[in-house]
Design a binder for this molecule. Sequence first.
Ligand SMILES: Nc1ncnc2c1ncn2[C@@H]1O[C@H](COP(=O)(O)OP(=O)(O)OP(=O)(O)O)[C@@H](O)[C@H]1O
Ligand SMILES: [Mg+2]
Length: 381
Amino acid sequence: MEHIQLKNETPNAMEAITGEIAHDFNKLLAAIKSRASLMMNSVKPSDPHYEHIIEIIRCIDKGSEFANHLLAFEKIDEYYTSSIDANRLVRKAMENLDFRGKRIVLDVDLDSKPLIIEADPDKLNQVFINIIDNALQAMPEGGKLSVVTESSAILNGAARSYGLNTGFFVKITITDTGIGMEKDVLEHIFTPFYSADHECHPEKKGLGLTFARGIVQNHNGVIDVWSSPKTGSSFSIILPLKETTDNIDIPVEEEKLILGNESILLVGDEERILTVGREICKALGYSVITVASGEEAIKIYKEQKEEINLVILDMCMLEMNGLEIFLELKKLNPDIKVLLSTGHSIDEKVQEMLRQGCKGYILKPYSVIDFSHKLREVLQV
Ligand SMILES: Nc1ncnc2c1ncn2[C@@H]1O[C@H](COP(=O)(O)OP(=O)(O)OP(=O)(O)O)[C@@H](O)[C@H]1O
Ligand SMILES: [Mg+2]
């Protein structure tokens, strides 16, 4: 098992011209995307062209990712930090993963306490995306992606070996069961433009980890890596834990609750969860029907499908699992909007539901703000 620690180097800035080109390229992509989105709005998901439009939008998003890589060079020193809970950042990043076509099981284990750090959320999100991209590419046949957050005291010798001062840190560890790395690969992974299999994958730029490391260093943290060929790899992002007296996550200015007025069918067999869910949905402006079983959900949806805009399924249903309920509901309306509310694991059943057109999932426990944003996101698709 190999383990490397980082030296304190920051990536070289690219010339300003690269940023200019990336900006123009992004503008062009935005124009194409808005046209594609207009087309999507006028085509039903059951239409054969729908999948083609989705694919066009996916390619555009990939293109903007490239452009953003270049822009990140230009903006490498622009940070907008605030006090945030690392658990929340991780949860959000995990909910936005795109697993379509991949046989990946996701396991998320978040510390039960808020882990407050001083960070730029967009920049850290980029770090998660880059590391997870690599992990998914390392598991072409499928596998398990685990994400764990915890607080950890790093003292004396251990702190010195990382180039950190003794203190308390937040550790976010992303582990895959992929191909792993030989020592000679591991030694180069943070080198700009190093990509192990460049000949087979010329689209890979060898910049993902270069950026990830630069960003983490700018947060006064380090990335610690373990890997073992044919077993997998583990990347730990270690960031200073912020000392606060109240340890609460302070939402940033634009993070307001977003209200709505649609109708939601909430399905779950735990009375307490249903009651809380109903109260939250009502407080956000929605009208809510709650049901405690899959059979009941199908019956109500059959009767009121014209009025119900969204179904939220709790995944720990006893007598009928979420996948079965989803497939039954889909028979009643192929364009149905279903959001899953799930614990820490995204297993094969959830993956199958996403493949079959379920609109997304939210990992429990979630904050009301995140829930309100997720509802809008799903209702507006
Ligand atoms: N989880 C992992 N498992 C196996 N190999 C990995 C993993 N993460 C990184 N690597 C190796 O490190 C190399 C460098 O990663 P990096 O993200 O910087 O570049 P890339 O993925 O090749 O290209 P880009 O991220 O720019 O698309 C990869 O080419 C890969 O060989
Ligand atoms: Mg990469």
